[in-house]
Design a protein around this ligand. Structure first.
Ligand code: 9WN
Length: 446
């Protein structure tokens, strides 16, 4: 099988990002995702930062134009590009007093990876990007404050998600039992037409039932004018997620470093950071699985599922060294590495679960961004060989199959279907490949 060389990956990735660039931001994929997505832009900016700081800054400035008056940075900032559902006319965020009128946005958020991207720019440039960093800092703190004020009603230090799209891992099996609670009655939803199925086979995308529930939740937000307190009272989907909260924690860490260099008061950041670290440890750690799991605030029960997100707390330096060792062992167990130990890491869901599907989006495939952040986490704990394996697996997948949206975790056909799936020309796969190659060549991976 012909494989791309490192030089071809780098050239191909920069070329792809250029093609996906569109008037001030990078489309995650030209046809499937034509607008600006929040956590995509953070990963994409990390890729740009290694060769074009100005481009990285433009990307993030464009995203921050969408910030709401309550601090929330929305998961999509819409452009005039057609062809995506749900678009601005469906979200109707003009019903909220907090949403900007221009640009239009979605009415939910995304894992806060952005602060880490700003820190990356700061570390690479020192004082050269100081204006941008000083301008972004208060906005990033406002977003954190939004999470602790609006998404943590019990003041536990954990933010809840109120839509599967907020997690970024849209159709993860972790949401199945929570979404099953939403009964969609015939004729209840406004007419709408999915656009994703024009680009990707249905077998690789969320089901119709999933979409009905995604839309049902948007209808609820519109009905209450996007007021968080009313959503909190009515929403049947309120879940604490280990990746989202690891990102929250990582953002506090990044902001603490930025506060120090800008001479800003670190007070509330320190408190948030300590509280979220503790809460992840006490509430989401599952001793039996040796992983972090989910908590459903409606049923008051844990969702006992291991996913790629379950490893994200490593990235934020949350687990104790003993727990980190147990997690590293878990990653190499048949549940994630396959019976013969030769699967591509990290499948988005446990291989031995009945819900596992190697080709269906967040129910099994490997995603570049998860490998990237978990590899960073393993490095923090001195698990260099395993971190190297994650980087190598991600790059091998790109070498073989190109910049696909996701990949089957199987290495050879005797185990199951192999290959790249979802959209072609996916921006964060390209951007993070550039970063992973740079880490490989510098030999430190950090
Ligand atoms: C809904 C853009 C986004 C990613 C998500 C991924 C997918 C959107 C969709 O694409 O979600 O937000 O329409 O399916 O699941 O992680 O940010 O790349």
């Amino acid at each position: 099988m012909a494989e791309l060389s490192d030089r071809e990956i780098r050239a191909g990735a920069t070329h792809l990002l250029e093609r996906n660039w569109c008037d001030g931001y990078t489309r995650p994929a030209r046809r499937l995702y034509p607008h600006q997505w929040n956590w995509d832009s953070a990963f994409i900016a990390i890729g740009y930062a290694s060769y074009d700081i100005e481009r990285a800054i433009r990307e993030l400035r464009s995203l921050l134009r969408g910030q709401w008056a309550n601090g929330m940075v929305p998961h999509i900032v819409f452009s005039a590009q057609p062809g995506y559902f749900p678009g601005p006319d469906f979200w109707r965020t003009d019903l909220s007093a907090d949403a900007p009128r221009d640009p239009p946005t979605s009415g939910i958020t995304n894992p806060p990876v952005l602060a880490g991207a700003v820190l990356d720019i700061h570390r690479r440039t020192g004082s050269a990007a100081r204006d941008f960093v000083a301008e972004a800092f208060p906005r990033l703190v406002a977003w954190q404050r939004y999470f602790y004020r609006e998404r943590d009603p019990r003041r536990e230090g954990l933010a809840y998600l109120r839509h599967p799209w907020e997690s970024g891992t849209d159709n993860s099996p972790a949401w199945d039992s929570v979404l099953a609670r939403i009964r969609v009655h015939p004729g209840e939803l406004p007419r709408h037409e999915r656009r994703d199925l024009a680009h990707v086979p249905a077998s690789q995308r969320p089901t119709r039932d999933d979409y009905d529930r995604y839309v049902w939740l948007i209808e609820l937000y519109k009905r209450v004018g996007y007021r968080e307190s009313e959503i909190a009272a009515e929403c049947p989907f309120v879940v604490q997620d280990p990746l989202f909260n690891a990102a929250l924690c990582r953002a506090n860490e990044a902001l603490l470093e930025l506060a120090e260099s800008l001479g800003e008061d670190p007070g509330e950041l320190r408190e948030w950071h300590a509280q979220t670290t503790r809460a992840l440890e006490e509430k989401l750690w599952d001793e039996e699985k040796a992983l972090y799991v989910y908590f459903d605030l409606e049923s008051e029960e844990r969702i006992h599922m291991g996913t790629a997100s379950s490893f994200a707390p490593l990235w934020a330096g949350v687990p104790s060294p003993e727990r980190a060792r147990a997690m590293a062992a878990r990653l190499q167990s048949p549940t994630f590495s396959g019976a013969a130990g030769d699967g591509f890491l990290v499948p988005s869901h446990e291989l031995d679960s009945p819900a596992f599907d190697p080709l269906k989006y967040w129910r099994g495939p490997v995603w570049m961004n998860l490998n990237w952040l978990i590899a960073h986490g393993l490095e923090r704990y001195g698990e260099r060989a395993l971190a190297g394996r994650l980087r190598d697996d991600a790059l091998t997948l790109v070498r073989r199959y190109g910049f696909r949206e996701y990949f089957s975790p199987f290495r050879t056909e005797d185990r199951g279907p192999v290959g790249g799936y979802g959209s072609e020309g996916f921006s964060w796969t390209a951007a993070l490949s550039i970063d992973l190659l740079a880490a490989e060549h510098s030999g430190d991976g950090s």
